[in-house]
Write a protein that binds this ligand. Structure first.
Ligand code: 5AD
Length: 348
């Protein structure tokens, strides 16, 4: 096992079976070694910096029907809202004044926002918030749309693959959603010069260690610039409402292995992880994670962006909260970095 960890951190490619052995490893001493290596590798590439992204949850409407997600269109109990382009811009401008230099516009797949509206909004954010990166997280769209967003000035796109195994993907989504089209979208985004974020849930229903090994194998092949990894958390008004949540320990382990695979990746300590366990966010930051995404959405709408039960909806609407985050990161020996923090692997 130690040999495997050595090889992983020497940049060697591992087989699916080797990834699975790491996924299954329960030996505490070996896991300590893995976390230590992941921490060291993060520091070699990024020093002790943790990049801060301002998250704006622009819409809770979604035309998709993912079985795990509280925003699925079949959830008639979901509270729906959308933020107007003017208010999205104003939210970013407020964040800019506080020092944010990345804005992540995230939302359900909501056709209310046309490509034209989004492009105009992206251009306006770029103009009012010079030196900032606009990241989009709006699901699967056509190549034409992605291309228009890129031309308008967006430079990053987050689109989790959720699971890299087609049969597993089919158990988490209705038949019209396909892993192949998700993968094609990721390839298109990379092609268009976006910094691309993939990612998956840990402990989603029916997931096996083989599936997680396949996720790692996919990351090794596709080499995304960013990777979002969070535990599955049930939402009561979905078909998976009574399934058990994923394990925070396994999630942290997956973060650490991912750091071994992708030394230059930007890896958030996700909200889902923080929701599940208070100190898991800290553990992830000590084992390979180097991004935190505080919520900038107006507080009236924040509770309505309800992906899963008890989703943390505390944000960073005030300078004091940003100071609290700076202090919290200092406890882990980390420095809050508000700069754009582009991937070291990316050139505009
Ligand atoms: N538990 C954890 N993560 C979830 N997501 C959606 N629903 C859940 C859930 N119940 C994640 C998915 C999706 C992102 C928007 O949120 O990975 O890509």
């Amino acid at each position: 096992m130690r040999k495997l960890i050595d090889r992983l951190f020497q940049g060697e490619c591992l087989t699916r079976e080797e990834f699975q052995a790491l996924v299954l490893c329960e030996d505490q001493d070996v896991l300590e070694l893995l976390f230590q290596r992941a921490k060291e590798r993060t520091e070699e590439v990024f020093a002790n910096h943790v990049y801060i992204r301002g998250l704006v949850e622009i819409s809770s409407y979604c035309k998709q029907d993912c079985f795990y997600c509280g925003l699925r269109c079949s959830n008639k109990k979901a509270q729906r809202y959308r933020i107007s382009p003017e208010d999205i811009l104003a939210t970013c401008e407020k964040g800019y004044e506080m020092g944010f230099r990345t804005f992540v516009l995230q939302g359900g797949e909501d056709d209310f926002y046309t490509d034209q509206m989004l492009c105009e909004l992206i251009r306006e954010i770029c103009l009012s918030c010079p030196g900032s990166a606009v990241t989009l997280s709006l699901g699967e769209k056509s190549r034409r749309s992605y291309e228009a967003f890129r031309k308008a000035g967006a430079s990053r796109y987050l689109l989790r693959h959720e699971t890299a195994t087609a049969e597993h993907f089919a158990r988490l989504h209705p038949p019209k959603q396909r892993l192949a089209s998700r993968m094609e979208a990721l390839t298109t985004l990379k092609d268009l010069g976006f910094q691309v974020g993939a990612g998956f849930m840990v402990g989603s229903p029916f997931q096996t260690p083989e599936h997680l090994a396949e996720d790692l194998y996919f990351l090794q092949e596709f080499r995304p610039h960013m990777v979002g990894i969070g535990p599955f958390i049930p939402h009561q008004d979905t078909p998976f409402g009574s399934y058990r949540p994923g394990s925070s320990a396994l999630t942290v382990k997956m973060v650490a292995i991912t750091r071994g695979i992708l030394p230059g990746a930007l890896i958030p300590a996700t909200t889902a992880l923080a929701t599940l366990s208070k100190d898991a966010r800290g553990r992830a930051l000590q084992a390979g994670a180097n991004v935190v995404m505080p919520n900038l959405s107006p507080s009236e709408v924040r509770v309505k962006y309800n992906l899963y039960n008890n989703k943390l909806s505390t944000g960073t609407e005030s300078a004091q909260m940003l100071e609290a985050l700076r202090k919290e990161l200092e406890v882990y020996g980390r420095k809050m970095d508000m700069s754009r923090g582009d991937s070291p692997l990316w050139k505009e």
